[in-house]
Write a protein that binds this ligand. Structure first.
Ligand code: SF4
Length: 119
């Protein structure tokens, strides 16, 4: 029986997406996000914007983990931290940087620097 290698690759990619990033990738993503936060002057968003971002994440199928310490399965970031940093954006464009809470329409994900493309 010959199996289509493209189909096999696609299945593997889907499985990896469901598992989320590895611990090593999460560490890299967090380091990039932290560097971006520091280089942007450690700016935070208002409590209102953070709550709007968290509300968006609460409806997202990529939100995983405990209710009081959720993480994003796309980038692996801790949402309670990520949603408070002005330099951060959702890796799939559900919310933008700064006080922008609307979807960001750019080619790059921006976000935490994880490099995930919009799906
Ligand atoms: S950051 Fe974006 S992808 Fe991640 S849980 Fe929130 S809305 Fe979903």
């Amino acid at each position: 029986m010959v199996r289509d290698p493209r189909k096999k690759r696609l299945e593997k990619t889907k499985q990896q997406e469901q598992k989320g990033p590895s611990m090593a990738q999460k560490a890299v993503n967090f380091a990039k996000a932290s560097a971006k936060h520091v280089s942007s002057g450690l700016k935070s968003v208002s409590e209102e914007t953070k709550n709007i971002r968290l509300a968006i994440c609460n409806t997202c199928p990529h939100k995983v983990g405990e209710e009081n310490n959720p993480t994003c399965n796309k980038c692996g970031c801790f949402l309670n931290i990520k949603t408070g940093w002005a330099s951060q954006a959702c890796p799939i464009g559900k919310w933008g940087t700064g006080e922008k809470t609307a979807a960001k329409k750019t080619k790059r994900s921006g976000g935490c620097g994880c490099g995930k493309k919009k799906t």
